[in-house]
Design a binder for this molecule. Structure first.
Ligand SMILES: [Zn+2]
Length: 374
């Protein structure tokens, strides 16, 4: 039974109660932070409100706080807290195995080194929870003894300390660390001695705050039938490439000075040819550049690129347009502006959390509040 702290009415479910809260003109964050203030374990900072469950279970603001606390905390306490955080994740996800290494990294759970330090190994920590790690097996012993006389084993160039095989050849592999060199490429092997060898889209782009359009632009650089290679450099190149294109579009938009041009039939035909040639995006982008650098009028360039962008999907017509905020976010923004006008900083902070929870970043500048999709 949930008891409203404001009017003392009782509610069966969180859902019903949260609807009721609106009658008090209150957001969840505001209600819980006011009536159930919680401070983090070590920094003693206000726990940011994401949702009720997270709010009441969270003890650290972030991994840094845990790691700072770990250095000074009592050993047994640190041990049990580290296990608890691991168990919580497994329970929440109903895992029958322990969270794997990359998951630990992305979620900001205590790192493997902590489990090694306090338990000897990650596996031993997992054993205490009755879970086993997904990757706890070394390469099978028989792997070395297997008779594979006719094949050589291809070893990826990134392997710094390759396993010993009779015949090996170092080669750049796109998937895995080892490959049978028999040309069938039916099996690849990953030797998981480091957990950082797989990069997910989420890690590579979203966590680094990269615009998804950069990913889209990056994917145009390689024909879709070929494997796309990821590197910091390739991401940088895509980011710069997109920025360059956007600036080109800005320039023609400005230069055309309100004139309406028509789509260049010549370049349109070229563009469509490349698209129809098994979706050859690298070539299609080359046509875009050729067109933008040609001597057709700026108005025609603008009309053409907008036309091509129906295929490219790079949102070139949205450049510099402030994105309309969803009503829910807009309402929070207005409430926050009012709170700030009243110098109610606590409420302003709570509302900022609410806005951020909806996936928007909030910056307070001298020109007012800037709210952008995070
Ligand atoms: Zn009430």
């Amino acid at each position: 039974m949930i008891n409203c702290q404001i009017c003392k009415r009782e509610f069966e479910t969180d859902k019903a109660f949260h609807i009721h809260l609106k009658k008090h003109g209150m957001y969840q964050a505001e209600y819980y932070c006011t009536y159930y203030p919680r401070k983090s374990l070590f920094y003693r900072r206000r726990i940011p409100f994401k949702n009720k469950k997270d709010y009441f279970s969270r003890q650290f603001i972030d991994l840094n706080e845990f790691l700072t606390w770990e250095k000074v905390g009592e050993k047994d306490l640190v041990k049990s807290k580290a296990l608890e955080l691991l168990e919580e994740r497994a329970r929440e996800k109903k895992y029958s195995y322990a969270p794997f290494h990359n998951e630990i990294k992305t979620l900001g759970l205590p790192p493997i080194s902590i489990f090694k330090k306090y338990f000897g190994s990650y596996k031993r920590a997992c054993d205490l929870l009755g879970l086993s790690p997904v990757f706890d097996q070394p390469m099978p012993k028989c792997f070395n003894d297997m008779e594979l006389p006719q094949f050589e084993i291809l070893v990826d160039t990134r392997e710094q300390d390759p396993l010993p095989f009779k015949k090996t050849k170092i080669e750049k592999l796109y998937v895995g660390d080892y490959l049978f060199g028999d040309g069938t490429y039916t099996s690849t092997f990953v030797d998981r001695k480091s957990e950082g060898d797989f990069l997910t889209l989420e890690q590579a782009f979203i966590r680094h705050g990269l615009n998804p359009l950069v990913y889209r632009f990056a994917s145009f650089q390689t024909h879709y039938r070929k494997p796309m290679e990821y590197s910091e450099e390739s991401v940088d190149a895509a980011r710069n490439g997109l920025l360059h294109l956007q600036n080109q579009v800005r320039r023609v938009a400005q230069n055309k000075a309100g004139q309406n041009g028509s789509v260049s039939e010549v370049f349109k035909a070229k563009f469509i040819d490349e698209i129809n040639d098994d979706l050859n995006m690298p070539r299609a982008l080359a046509v875009v550049q050729e067109m933008l650098k040609s001597d057709i009028s700026d108005a025609a360039k603008f009309a053409s690129i907008m036309d091509f962008d129906r295929v490219l999907g790079l949102s070139l017509d949205q450049l510099d347009k402030p994105e309309a905020l969803p009503a829910e976010v807009q309402k929070l923004v207005e409430d926050r502006q009012a709170a700030r006008a009243n110098k109610d900083w606590a409420r302003s902070d709570l509302l900022r959390d609410e806005i951020q929870n909806l996936g928007y970043s909030v910056q307070d500048t001298k020109d007012g509040m800037k709210v952008l999709k995070a």
